[in-house]
Design a protein around this ligand. Structure first.
Ligand code: 3HC
Length: 342
């Protein structure tokens, strides 16, 4: 941000110092930086509402990554081959890594991971609606890769150009990994689709169940999206929910044809005039019910997350104890120095 250095010198919200001067000049500098497509960095002045919006979105995104590990981890022990098991384990581990990058990005805004996890566990922050659906068969692993990760990429590639630097940079790596996830799902579904009639039917059933929830991942329709307009003005979001949803439908239609699978929407057809596919109405009642906690797996997912957190307490304590010991070693008496001497 062009005037960031001057702002830092004058004091900023980020370092907690009381602002001695009128913030109007800062606001103008912030607006100019956003208009010029410059990145806002952690120590730059930013409006409180911009910071709060980023924390809300990044936290929800981070929570989605770690809750999203559950439906697929459900199939690790039942993967049909060593190759499939290795791929699935790598993918689930990637999701944990994505959570890590995103919680770290939120930390740069002054919000610690403990606080965010506490909000997730107590239901004060959301995670993506999609992870409240069950993975009933092995084909669901393919459908999640193709559709859920495909939707995530469509939504997240524009976030690589988000105005907030740490979030944008985290998204670059996440998108590369999501791209691999999407391809493995497609390849898995293709193998099933071209397999026995039973395997083909299993793939079709999975696509039937995951298609509509995947379209809901993009959020409510634009006229009901509470945050879109402001987030787009701030260039946190670059496209509206409906624009990205339409882009995703247009991408999926030819891919479904190549897979030999049918998308479960009788109203899906190419509209020459619009240059896009028309599609049938989304059941928004279902979406809002899932957000309220009434989806098929909401309770299971959050209970499992709380259990994993509690059972992992000893790891956090051990890591904190090690870090404290390590910090104490800075003077030359600690473990690493000793190891070097040995
Ligand atoms: N699931 C749960 N909540 C949703 C939602 C969804 N699919 N879509 C919207 N919402 C919530 C919003 O969070 C908001 O509630 P809040 O005020 O309590 O936060 C409310 O519904 C209204 O929606 P808006 O359109 O106004 O909200 P946004 O402007 O934040 O847009 C979004 C929603 C498009 C999801 C946006 O937040 C976004 O792009 N987030 C980053 C991407 C992300 O979170 N992806 C998660 C997908 S899963 C994933 O990435 C894991 C991968 O491994 C597949």
């Amino acid at each position: 941000m062009a005037t960031a250095a001057a702002q830092r010198t004058a004091g900023s919200e980020a370092d907690g110092a009381p602002d001695p001067v009128d913030t109007t000049a800062y606001q103008h500098a912030f607006d100019a930086a956003v208009a010029a497509d410059e990145r806002i960095e952690p120590r730059d002045w930013m409006p409180d509402a911009y910071r709060a919006t980023l924390v809300r979105q990044i936290a929800q995104h981070a929570h989605s990554e770690i809750i999203g590990m559950q439906p697929e981890a459900n199939w690790i022990t039942r993967a049909p081959s060593l190759r499939r098991k290795a791929i699935l384990m790598a993918k689930v581990q990637d999701e944990a890594g994505h959570g890590l990058y995103l919680y770290s990005a939120a930390e740069t805004l002054g919000t610690g991971r403990d606080e965010l996890l506490d909000k997730l566990h107590s239901g004060r922050q959301k995670y993506s609606s999609i992870f409240n659906y069950p993975t009933l068969t092995w084909a669901d692993v393919g459908a999640i890769g193709w559709l859920v990760d495909g939707a995530a990429i469509t939504n997240q590639v524009p976030l690589c150009r988000c105005s907030y630097g740490p979030y944008a940079r985290a998204m670059v790596r996440i998108c590369k990994e999501e791209s691999f996830h999407q391809r493995q799902g497609y390849e898995l579904l293709l193998a099933l689709s071209k397999g026995t009639p039973e395997q083909h039917a299993m793939a079709q059933d999975a696509v039937n169940r995951w298609w509509w929830p995947s379209l809901m991942m993009f959020g409510p329709p634009d006229d009901e999206s509470q945050h879109s307009a402001q987030s787009m003005t701030w260039k946190i979001k670059r496209h509206s929910n409906d624009e990205l949803r339409q882009r995703f439908v247009d991408i999926c239609v030819p891919q479904a044809e190549s897979l030999g699978l049918t998308l479960p929407d009788p109203e899906l057809r190419w509209n020459e005039e619009r240059g896009h596919h028309d599609f049938g109405p989304i059941d928004w009642t279902e979406f809002w019910e899932v957000l309220k906690g009434n989806g098929p797996c909401n309770e299971q997912r959050i209970n499992q997350r709380r259990r994993a957190h509690d059972e992992g307490a000893w790891v956090r304590e051990a890591a904190a104890a090690y870090a404290a010991k390590h910090t104490g070693s800075a003077g030359g008496t600690g473990h690493e120095t000793g190891a070097t001497r040995a």
